[in-house]
Design a binder for this molecule. Structure first.
Ligand code: SF4
Ligand code: F3S
Length: 370
């Protein structure tokens, strides 16, 4: 990599790589190793294919305000094929893709953007006369790993919303009988930092980052949004917005009662934010509830303003640890009972449960004055 092309000093570049190490949950000292890997001549070949999607993931990747990230990506990886970005079209584009696969057989990372329609033999998404289903499977068999970027490729996303007329299916399902590893980077769009950090991990250590049971990198999807949300103290104290524009909403109170899915959605939006645009650049920061865009079976499946079930009565930052053994999935009502019964053990969650209970009673009274 040519650091000069990034328009930054070597010192800033090292700082950037150290921050990336910390972002992945690694010691900052490994930033030097990441920098060395980024500077090496070996750039992983990436072939990026697109199916049922809106192009939001690749657009978001390339439209960061960061002066360096887009350049860094293109300097770090060898983006050998991308339908959105490639210059050739038609037969030439097809030839470019085949050439990229042949040259990098067994070594390239296949990025799948978009869901894969499987109904009626996959006829609802065809490119150059071939179904996207066949394209994904044929390309994946020669890949070192597959990254499903965005919620459509990870879980089916928007195209899989009821009644899912095309049979939109995630990549991991259409590839489950194949040996190739599939990493999910969900989000609508996926956060580009989660993507580039995964690629950098692969480049630096020659292994994939630690994944959770849903094949997501743990460094990015290890915590519920609710755990790190800036409005969490309001949740714990029982201060909620009930309508857009009401007093609670104007004061920045918790959006749970408006249907926020932060309590059931794993992602790092509150800490990583979006597009380097500051603290208001993520849904809750703008005053809108999280709708669970990155969580399987939540975004595009549970109605926007339906309240989420509180699955884990976890304490917010600064509160004592919650005894996780008590945290089997519970409804809000059950959380209230649980909280009232074992408050001493659960600490802040008891307050949460109590406040929710009190709050819903207040609401009922307000809405049904006797
Ligand atoms: Fe934040 Fe939503 Fe949790 Fe409220 S319910 S604290 S707005 S994540
Ligand atoms: Fe999506 Fe919720 Fe984050 S809607 S962008 S997962 S805050």
């Amino acid at each position: 990599m040519n650091i000069d092309a990034l328009g930054i000093t070597r010192r800033d570049f090292l700082k950037y790589c150290s921050a990336m190490a910390v972002y992945m949950g690694l010691p900052a000292s490994l930033g030097v190793k990441i920098a060395e890997a980024a500077e090496s001549a070996r750039r992983p070949s990436v072939i990026w294919i697109s199916g049922q999607e809106c192009t939001g993931c690749v657009e978001s990747l390339l439209r960061l305000n960061s002066p360096t990230l887009d350049t860094l990506i293109l300097e770090t990886i060898s983006l050998d094929y991308s339908e959105t970005l490639c210059t050739p079209a038609g037969h030439q584009a097809e030839e470019a893709m085949q050439a990229a696969i042949e040259e990098n057989k067994g070594k390239f990372i296949l990025v799948v953007e978009g869901a894969i329609p499987v109904k009626d033999g996959g006829i609802y998404c065809k490119i150059a006369g071939k179904t996207f289903l066949d394209i994904v499977r044929d390309t994946a068999k020669d890949a070192a790993a597959v990254i499903a970027i965005g919620s459509c490729a990870s879980w089916g996303g928007v195209p899989s919303a009821e009644p899912n007329p095309t049979g939109a299916t995630p990549a991991y399902k259409v590839l489950e009988d194949m040996q190739v590893p599939v990493i999910n980077i969900p989000g609508c769009p996926a956060n580009p930092y989660n993507f580039i950090s995964t690629v950098m991990h692969y480049l630096t250590f020659n292994t994939l980052p630690e994944l959770d049971a849903k094949h997501r990198p743990k460094f990015a999807y290890g915590r519920l949004i609710h755990e790190n949300c800036e409005r969490r103290p309001h949740f714990d104290a029982g201060r909620f917005a009930y309508e857009f524009g009401d007093e609670g909403h104007r004061k920045g109170y918790c959006l749970y009662q408006l249907g926020c899915k932060g309590p059931v959605t794993y992602n790092n939006c509150p800490t990583q934010l979006y597009g380097d645009a500051g603290s208001s650049s993520w849904p809750v920061g703008t005053g809108h509830p999280c709708f669970g865009c990155s969580e399987e079976h939540v975004g595009f499946h549970i109605p926007l303003f339906t309240q989420a079930k509180i699955q884990q009565p976890t304490a917010g930052p600064g509160y004592p640890e919650v005894d996780a053994t008590k945290g089997t999935p519970v409804t809000v009502g059950a959380a209230a009972v649980l909280g009232a019964g074992v408050g001493a053990i659960l600490g802040a969650s008891a307050v949460v449960a109590k406040n929710l209970k009190k709050d819903s009673a207040d609401q009922t009274t307000e809405k049904n004055p006797q």
